[in-house]
Design a protein around this ligand. Structure first.
Ligand code: GLN
Length: 538
């Protein structure tokens, strides 16, 4: 079938969950056997979110092909099991840069280069890029930001043009907010009406409305919204707050979102096409779990939970498949001290030492790691967490005083974590890291190999610094095993402490590929260890 395009826009306020709605629709279409991908356009000037502080837009997600991407791509993968690439996330910055590069090359043959048509054409080209592969029946394009923002205008103009060109091969879903006024005890539709008017002003008539709400919206009110916003009565859906984002596809399917989309796009489907069995089994497990597993996540970005989104989701997937309710405690590494570590970590079932950049909060990670090692707590160090595991071991077990990463102390005597030679001369903040999926060969007797059931795996990276090879023998002889390495470069990818129950550090980020239907094996193994281990401390 011809590739079809679905555009998802949002109005009234941000943070309504456009990404979750897009991912849920994709999940349902996929469960009907269609080939689907989702892409996101972000209307900011950064070339990619790689240089952004996690407090801006949450964690930076990494695709297999090494693109630093918006965290919504993580939701897309977790909901659909379909890997995304750099083509799935485009920012205004990237669009402008491409156009300016073309202008400098003389590609525009002396013409005045303008937002319309040059920027909009570049956006359209990017929208259609995934369609051109022929790999997908549906391309869902989420437009970041809120209708009415200056920033989103070129994207909306591109959508208007594409809708005009594609006709019934395209569709627009608009997500808005229906607030509840407690004092008046009333739900209010006016913001939605205004938001749709704003969309209409730029020439886009939405086909479907999804209303985010905290209270059930009665049928009469939905009818009123349909009438005032010029959409079909069966095309108004509500997205009511629910306990887990993973309920959203089911909630949408109960309202027949996917069927209405397919009907409107003249796509044949059968009632019994929808195969949500495995998804429902996951939800059943989530609902029926009685016992709790308490995991501590030690990091410095604890105020905003989106900063560690993929890790918290990967832990949730693993806990759910282990029939446990996840009780995740965010522990601020900047506030951890030798005096309070007992009360902070005691009573937990397992500890994750988070990834990160820079010096801040690093000492707290060493304190946590020492405590975990001494109490034989199941401990999972991820990226910077793994590097800290190595440093703590060097300082406190191998006696390498002042051991450090040159990221934290360029003059350290024992640079157990360091840059590789070729990286030392690079001074550009963007794209200078080891990014994306790399192979890792595992020692057959390692915890990691047993977890994966394989001795060769591929996982995603995002870091500059590496385990320093010159220290490898010293570590091996001193009880820390380098059990995983890159088969081509021999860079150390996984370390373990064999005389501890479960102390594993990975230079890569296994959290990025954990999905609802395919939890990451290393997270599963960590979770099982956490559940099986008697609680330490307290
Ligand atoms: N700051 C470390 C590095 O660049 C670790 C990065 C991370 O944890 N993602 O190597």
């Amino acid at each position: 079938m011809e590739t079809k395009y679905i555009f998802v826009t949002g109005g009234v306020v941000s943070s309504l969950g456009k990404g979750i709605i897009s991912a849920s629709l994709a999940c349902l279409l996929k469960a009907r056997g269609f080939r689907v991908t989702i892409q996101k356009f972000d209307p900011y000037i950064n070339i990619d979110p790689g240089t952004l502080n996690p407090y801006e837009h949450g964690e930076c997600y990494v695709t297999v092909d090494g693109h630093e991407a918006d965290l919504d791509l993580g939701h897309y993968e977790r909901f659909t099991n379909v890997e995304t690439t750099r083509a799935n996330n485009v920012t205004s910055g990237r669009v402008f840069q491409n156009v300016i590069d073309k202008e400098r090359r003389g590609d525009y043959l002396g013409k005045t280069v303008q937002i319309v048509p040059h920027i909009t054409d570049e956006i359209k080209r990017n929208v259609k890029r995934l369609g051109a592969t022929g790999d997908y029946d549906f391309i869902i394009t989420e437009i970041g930001g809120t209708v009415g923002d200056i920033e989103s205008l070129p994207f909306l103009e591109a959508v208007r043009q594409l809708r005009w060109e594609l006709g019934s091969e395209s569709l627009c879903v608009h997500l808005t907010y229906v607030p509840y006024l407690k004092a008046a005890k009333e739900l209010k539709t006016k913001p939605t009406q205004h938001s749709v008017k704003q969309l209409q002003q730029v020439g886009i008539q939405p086909d479907l409305l999804v209303l985010r709400t905290e209270h059930d919206i009665p049928a009469g009110m939905r009818m009123k919204i349909a009438q005032f916003c010029n959409v079909a009565p069966d095309a108004v859906f509500q997205s009511i707050d629910c306990p887990s984002i993973y309920e959203v596809p089911v909630m949408m399917s109960e309202q027949h979102l996917d069927e209405v989309v397919l009907r409107k796009m003249n796509v044949d489907y059968r009632d019994n096409d929808l195969e949500m069995g495995p998804w429902m089994r996951f939800l059943d497990k989530m609902h029926s779990a009685r016992e709790t597993v308490k995991i501590g996540l030690v990091g410095k970005y604890v105020q905003l939970q989106d900063a560690y989104k993929s890790i918290s989701e990967a832990l949730l997937h693993a806990a759910t498949y282990c029939d446990r309710r996840l009780d995740l405690r965010y522990i601020n590494s900047e506030e951890l001290t030798a005096d309070n570590v007992d009360s902070q970590l005691g009573g937990l079932n397992g500890v994750v030492i988070a990834p990160g950049f820079g010096q801040r909060g690093i000492e707290g990670k060493f304190i946590a790691l020492k405590w975990c090692r001494e109490h034989d707590m199941p401990t999972f160090g991820i990226c910077l967490g793994m590097q800290c595991m190595v440093i703590e071991y060097a300082r406190n077990v191998l006696g390498l005083e002042g051991a450090n990463s040159t990221e934290m102390d360029p003059a350290t005597r024992h640079n157990v974590i360091d840059l590789m030679e070729e990286q030392k001369s690079v001074h550009n903040m963007g794209g200078t890291m080891r990014l994306g999926a790399y192979k890792c060969r595992l020692r057959p007797d390692s915890i990691a190999a047993r977890a994966y059931g394989a001795t060769e795996v591929s996982e995603r990276h995002r870091h500059r610094f590496e385990f320093n090879h010159n220290y490898r023998t010293l570590f091996e002889q001193g009880g820390m095993a380098c059990v995983g390495e890159n088969p081509a470069t021999h860079l150390v990818e996984v370390v373990e402490i064999p005389d501890r129950r479960w102390m594993v550090g990975t230079q890569y980020h296994p959290e990025y590929n954990s999905t609802v239907l395919r939890p990451n094996p290393l997270f599963m193994s960590f979770m099982k260890a956490a559940i099986d281990t008697p609680v330490a401390g307290k």
